[in-house]
Design a protein around this ligand. Structure first.
Ligand SMILES: NC(=O)c1ccc[n+]([C@@H]2O[C@H](COP(=O)([O-])OP(=O)(O)OC[C@H]3O[C@@H](n4cnc5c(N)ncnc54)[C@H](O)[C@@H]3O)[C@@H](O)[C@H]2O)c1
Ligand SMILES: [Zn+2]
Ligand SMILES: [Zn+2]
Length: 393
């Protein structure tokens, strides 16, 4: 089959790799029909490159049609339409039964000291072949795939794999009180969806910070007030002005370590050097090279006693955090990979009934698998209006 594979820093290619097969009697093989490219994939071709190997199959946001099932699979059958969560969770262990699927005790990577395995991710998370491919082997066929109805385009359901539960969890963890204010940092797919969910759940005052014009425009169109800067002083000043000098009740960091910065300063330099695009350069300038920039803005901006909800992914263990300030401001910090299945019962009915979150036209690009290298480059460099790209194998 054809699959998007990792070849190095800023280098993905489409290769022919062996077709996946049933290995356990609970496995299913899914023919992939749509598969998202995520901000997390950008970390893999930048900062997290040391944890990848040449030939790794990328992708953790797939959906498709079940083609083969193992002998013990009863929950789905060939022909069923399914979305595959990005966490590989068994659905039956103690953590899964607590709704903490990203900590699944059956797939936890204990040797590495990391949580549940993820599709198409690093050695730290099991190095499991991903879903930017024609076919995907999915374990736990009775509990992991999310069955979705036919009759509607893939766009309606595909974001159940990651963007929707990640953003839903981010807004839940933000715990904005009635009448309160939320600030979302970053309007990539995750930040954008966070603002949509926040409006849907009745949070009245939703602000965001972003500089990429088309991302700003999408959020404004849906009623979010956008601070058109990512500079800490600008953002903190603007949000305090809007909140009686106090700061928002909650801040969602939907940025993470982004395409810049790294555990090693030298990699940061390289990443900067290979981004040619003017907009990205502007982002780099206004954001600075400190990869904690967004988190630091969140800590500075949030009101005393407020909550920071972190969905952006950070790497490295030695980043200095302003713990004294966090303590003094009595900040509550909640974070983690999304527990996809935890939120499916809340989200799936919304998608079946209609499109309150605007997923039908959320994707800016739908391209064949063979065009993945260009699509990655455009998404990474924020070129050609790329906000969310779906690959269609
Ligand atoms: N927790 C999870 O389960 C989970 C799941 C999916 C994605 N993520 C993470 O969420 C983050 C966002 O993902 P995405 O797909 O939206 O990525 P993205 O890279 O498309 O979006 C990030 C956006 O943040 C903006 N930005 C950069 N620095 C900023 C700053 N200092 N302040 C405000 N905005 C800034 C960029 O211009 C960009 O538009 C990534 O770190 C990704 O790894 C986490
Ligand atoms: Zn993702
Ligand atoms: Zn489990």
């Amino acid at each position: 089959m054809r699959a998007v594979t990792w070849h190095g820093r800023a280098d993905v290619q489409v290769d022919t790799v062996p077709d996946p097969t049933i290995q356990e009697d609970t496995d299913v093989v899914v023919e992939v029909t749509s598969s998202g490219i995520c901000g997390s994939d950008l970390h893999l071709i930048e900062v997290m490159a040391p944890f990848m190997s040449v030939g790794d199959v990328m992708g953790h946001e797939p959906m498709g049609v079940v083609r083969e099932v193992g002998s013990a699979v009863t929950a789905v059958k060939p022909g069923d339409r399914v979305v595959v969560p990005f966490n590989i969770s068994c659905g039956t262990c103690w953590m899964c039964s607590q709704g903490l699927q990203s900590q699944c005790e059956t797939t936890q990577n204990r040797e590495q000291g990391f949580g549940a395995s993820l599709f198409g991710y690093t050695k730290l998370y099991g190095q499991v072949p991903g879903g930017q491919a024609e076919y995907l082997r999915v374990p736990f066929g009775n509990t992991l795939p999310i069955k979705v109805p036919g009759g509607l385009p893939d766009d309606r359901f595909v974001y159940l794999s990651d963007v929707l539960p990640t953003s839903w969890q981010a807004v839940q963890y933000a715990a904005v009180p009635p009448g309160g204010t939320l600030l979302v940092l970053g309007l990539g797919p995750i930040g954008d969806m966070c603002t949509r969910i926040a409006h849907h759940l009745g949070i009245e005052k939703v602000y965001a910070s972003e500089v990429v014009p088309e991302r700003v425009a999408r959020a404004i169109a849906r009623g979010t007030e956008v601070i058109r800067s990512t500079d800490q002083a600008d953002v903190v000043g603007a949000i305090r002005d809007a909140t009686d000098g106090r700061g928002p009740d909650a801040v969602i960091d939907a940025v993470g370590m982004e395409a810049h910065g790294s555990p090693l300063a030298s990699i940061a330099q390289k990443a900067t050097a290979i981004v040619p695009d003017a907009i990205m350069e502007r982002v780099m300038q206004v954001v600075g090279v400190d990869r904690m920039a967004a988190l630091n803005t969140a800590i500075e901006a949030v009101r005393r006693g407020g909550t920071i909800s972190l969905s952006g992914v950070y790497g490295g263990a030695s980043d200095p955090m302003p713990l004294n300030k966090m303590f003094d401001k009595q900040i509550q910090l909640r974070m983690g990979q999304a527990n996809v299945w935890r939120w499916v019962p809340d989200i799936l009915p919304l998608l079946v009934e209609g499109d309150p979150l605007g997923v039908d036209d959320f994707a800016t690009h739908r391209v064949p698998l063979e065009q993945a290298p260009q699509a990655y480059a455009d998404f990474r460099e924020k070129k050609d209006g790329a906000v969310k790209v779906l690959l269609q194998p």
